[in-house]
Design a protein around this ligand. Structure first.
Ligand code: A2P
Length: 272
């Protein structure tokens, strides 16, 4: 299994990254990003609304790895959707990050009546080279269909809540059919799935933790995964998933944990 997956436009996206939702602006976020990059993470996933882009930029510079080896994602927040405001939001994020491009720019949530106009701005940002790839987050299949009906450039990624209690199989099938890579946020169920017996039992067989089993399940399903941690030991632990392989039977056991249960909001009922 290679450490990257190819997007529709040929860009190689790392299969594992660091999520920084809830990593505090300042030392906490900067330190986590630096530790992650020093551990070998290439993908860092932030968003304007996380209010830590400045610290993410500091962490990147502190790690001292060449820019082209990294894959940086950020997202346009709901209140900035619309054509001109999205263009401005991209520039503001780049300024805070201290970068002249991101690798992936996402629409954070499908704000009704706004996201199609926002997508036109994403296409412009892509053509201008400010984002090497563009995509969406928290989109159901019906939102994707709505965008794709008029898009010139198709979304390359859809980042959604996805973990063993919310396996998202129908959406994953839809995305596979349209060459959209699925990316999992809160892959560890915000840390709340890690005492599950099925996961710990499988982990014991390989000398791995429940967290590592979930992340390995993601990558074997071709799901890009971005566990959040601000702890150096857990950042390292979460990266150590490329030296074992789950059997087909174990994959199915984990698939079977699905409850269609969310920790976050349903995109159709999000309180915008
Ligand atoms: P911390 O940042 O202190 O490590 P998710 O990405 O699913 O939202 O999960 C993130 C939560 O899980 C955070 O509270 C994080 O806390 C915790 N976490 C991340 N990695 C691990 C791990 N390997 N083992 C236990 N908890 C973890």
């Amino acid at each position: 299994l290679s450490s990257t997956i190819q997007l529709a436009n040929g860009v190689a996206m790392p299969r594992l990254g660091l999520g920084v939702w809830k990593a505090e602006e300042g030392k906490e976020a900067a330190q986590a990003v630096q530790w992650a990059i020093e551990t070998g993470y290439q993908l860092i996933d932030t968003a304007a609304v996380y209010k830590n882009e400045k610290s993410v930029g500091e962490g990147i510079r502190a790690a001292g790895v060449p820019r082209e080896e990294l894959f940086i994602t950020t997202k346009v927040w709901n209140d900035e959707q619309g054509y001109d405001s999205t263009l401005a939001a991209m520039d503001a994020s780049l300024a805070r990050l201290g970068l002249d491009y991101v690798d992936l720019y996402l629409i954070h949530w499908p704000v009704a009546g706004k996201y199609k106009e926002t997508w036109r701005a994403m296409e412009k940002i892509y053509k201008d080279g400010k984002a090497k790839a563009i995509g969406v987050s928290n989109f159901h299949a019906h939102h994707l269909e709505d965008i794709m009906a008029d898009a010139e450039i198709m979304p390359m990624v859809n980042q959604v809540e996805l973990h063993p209690h919310l396996t998202q199989e129908p959406l994953r099938e839809f995305c596979a059919k349209h060459n959209i890579v699925v990316e999992a946020w809160s892959p560890l169920g915000q840390g709340q799935l890690l005492t599950n017996d099925v996961l710990t039992t499988i982990g014991n067989k390989y000398g791995k933790t429940a967290a590592q089993v979930i992340l390995r399940w993601d990558v074997q399903h071709n799901i890009v995964t971005i566990p959040k941690s601000v702890n150096q030991g857990r950042i390292k632990e979460n990266a150590s998933i490329f030296d074992f392989e789950l059997t087909e039977e174990e994959m199915q056991l984990i698939d079977g944990l699905n409850q269609n249960a969310r920790f976050g909001s349903d995109p159709d009922n999000f309180d915008f």
